[in-house]
Design a protein around this ligand. Structure first.
Ligand SMILES: C[S@@+](CC[C@H](N)C(=O)[O-])C[C@H]1O[C@@H](n2cnc3c(N)ncnc32)[C@H](O)[C@@H]1O
Length: 308
């Protein structure tokens, strides 16, 4: 299929594009799903390889939806929805089995680079951080309402910061005199406990933790992974790219054990009960050249599994 549209690199530069497409092992007549459309870089590369096949793409972000409108192809369907409802939306579009699913987790460069979205530590902006701007929870409401214990848990678990307890305490003290509303408020509140010389990394971890909670990212990923087993045809490929260790651990456990926590279950004959078999034992990482030209690729871990 010849597509005139090109993915706008200014919106998001796709990470490990070649590796993801190879991993999907595309059948030109197959049905594929890209659950994280973003700027459409991966989607376009999939569409280019389809002849009579079909691509269903998801993204919960309004700006991603606008990007998707540039693709004029009858093989392409866009759903503005959270991928935790993938199965339902596939069914609504007449699809019950698919041949491959791609997930490129997290947020796009466009989202990070839009100060009004509040994802970036670099610019002052509202403490929003919602991918779906219709969502109820913003980073500000979380910072102003969550208990100290909840904040401690989120910062420690999702941000992996060492002084999460102290940070949670400072946040609850700070909000008494002035509720949080701007990203600069948060940075100022935590300035005194950010490790010297490593402030940017520290704030990036704090922001990551809040973003994960605001968007219920871990819960959405769990729901999504379970549905992958249900909709994937035998031999179909699951290709997931994660950018932090918690996500990667969840994906790895699901692929290897068929569940997120605990050991793999076995049937009466001792056969493992799990929907996927890992194609690569170790995650694929971006090449040195790619990391040099796209810093975002440095933390990417790509896992590939096949439906058994
Ligand atoms: C890393 S970007 C994807 C970039 C894309 N592969 C490209 O080449 O442009 C992740 C995208 O997934 C979307 N996203 C993340 N979690 C989502 C979820 N649970 N449901 C739907 N979309 C989600 C974000 O809004 C963002 O646009």
């Amino acid at each position: 299929m010849q597509l005139k549209t090109k993915a706008p690199m200014s919106y998001h530069r796709p990470v490990m594009l070649k590796e993801c497409i190879e991993a999907l092992n595309i059948n030109p007549k197959g049905v594929y799903v890209d659950v994280t459309f973003g700027g459409g870089g991966h989607s376009l590369a999939i569409l280019e390889r389809l002849k009579e096949g079909r691509l269903i793409a998801f993204d919960q972000d309004e700006d991603a939806k606008k990007q998707s409108e540039n693709i004029k192809s009858r093989s392409f369907t866009f759903c503005q929805a959270n991928f935790r409802y993938m199965k339902k939306y596939l069914k609504l579009n007449g699809v019950t089995k698919v041949d491959g699913i791609l997930a490129d987790l997290g947020i796009s460069s466009h989202q990070i680079d839009s100060p009004e979205r509040g994802f970036s530590t670099r610019y002052d902006g509202p403490l929003d951080m919602r991918m779906d701007t219709k969502g109820d929870l913003t980073a500000a409401s979380l910072l102003n309402k969550y208990s100290e214990a909840e904040l401690h848990k989120i910062l420690g678990m999702y941000g992996e910061i060492k002084n999460a307890k102290t940070a949670a305490k400072l946040i609850t003290q700070h909000r008494v005199s002035k509720p949080f509303s701007r990203t600069e408020d948060l940075k100022k509140a935590l300035q005194t406990i950010a490790p010297r010389g490593k402030e940017n990394k520290y704030f990036a971890q704090v922001f990551q933790a809040l973003r994960i909670e605001v968007n219920h990212e871990m819960q959405a990923l769990e729901d999504f992974l379970h549905q992958c087993g249900e909709v994937m045809a035998e031999g179909g490929r699951l290709v997931v790219m994660s950018y932090h260790s918690l996500e990667d651990r969840l994906v790895k456990n699901f692929i290897n054990k068929g569940k997120m926590f605990g050991e793999v279950e076995k049937d009466f004959y001792g056969n493992e009960i799990k929907p996927f078999e890992a194609v690569n034992r170790k995650p694929i990482e971006a090449s040195k050249e790619e990391i040099e030209s796209n810093n975002r690729a440095r933390s990417a871990k790509l896992r590939v599994a096949e439906r058994i």
